[in-house]
Design a protein around this ligand. Structure first.
Ligand SMILES: [Zn+2]
Length: 257
């Protein structure tokens, strides 16, 4: 499995469990069991994320709520914010993990979670991002529970829609203002997801998970181990080392006499 995917899993796990050691232990455990399903790497990450959310929902880490407002959100809401803002997952991928049939539900859920985090938990003094008070004749429709501004910032628009908006925004002050408010709020949310601050810690944790996962994989599927790895492993066995040393001594005397 690619180290980049393990990093992703580690960050997701930290957003769910907060505590480093706990998230590492649970990630390792989850990855080992999900690896047995022999899915593609991407699907392994998705399935492992699903298991991590379910475990966090069943047994939420309560003390965390005191440490940071982010942890006052439900595990599934934290997963949503982490995958949208940190991992930059497309809606489709998040829907697969959450078993959602289409992205419409996800969009309104994402919007309400973002607003909840910003205005309820963080109590930010930013202005609530509303749509234009009155739509002009060429303004895009503004759905207050899943606005186009969110789709644009999440990079979920088709090329055609994006082009239309780019042209429209140049001419329409109201829509531009609405987008600016949303953008400001998104930056604020992103900067306050604690997983982002612990970059080095997460990096080390991912390396640990990766090494253990690799060791587990080669024990399970020795055929996947490279020849060099097998030789190193073989040489590391104590009685093999002893045998080689004895053979060297024998060779030395045999050549000498
Ligand atoms: Zn407009």
């Amino acid at each position: 499995m690619d180290i980049e995917l393990i990093r992703s899993l580690t960050r997701i796990s930290r957003s769910l469990y907060g505590d480093l050691d706990r998230s590492v232990a649970i990630s390792e455990d989850t990855l080992t069991s999900v690896s047995l399903l022999r899915l593609s790497e991407e699907r392994t990450l998705e399935r492992a994320s699903k298991v991590l959310i379910e475990r966090a929902e069943r047994n939420p880490p309560r003390l965390l709520a005191l440490q940071h407002p982010f942890y006052r959100l439900a595990p599934i809401e934290r997963f949503l914010l982490a995958t949208l803002h940190i991992e930059k997952w497309p809606y489709e991928k998040i829907c697969r993990v959450l078993n959602l049939q289409d992205t419409k539900l996800l969009q309104s859920w994402a919007w309400s979670t973002r607003m909840k985090f910003a205005f309820q938990e963080l109590e930010t003094d930013l202005v609530y991002p509303r749509g234009p008070a009155k739509l002009g004749h060429s303004c895009p429709e503004y759905n207050a529970s899943s606005p186009w501004t969110q789709r644009l910032l999440d990079d979920e628009l088709s090329k055609q829609d994006r082009l239309f908006l780019q042209n429209h925004l140049m001419a329409c002050t109201d829509c531009r203002k609405s987008l600016e408010l949303t953008r400001k709020l998104f930056f604020k949310i992103e900067s306050l997801i604690p997983v982002k601050d612990a970059h080095q810690e997460t990096e080390n944790a991912a390396a640990r998970i990766f090494e253990n996962w690799k060791a587990g994989e080669s024990a399970f599927r020795p055929i996947k181990t490279t020849f060099a790895e097998s030789v190193v492993k073989f040489m590391a066995i104590p009685h093999i080392q002893f045998g080689l040393a004895a053979f060297a001594v024998f060779l030395f005397y045999w050549i000498k006499h």
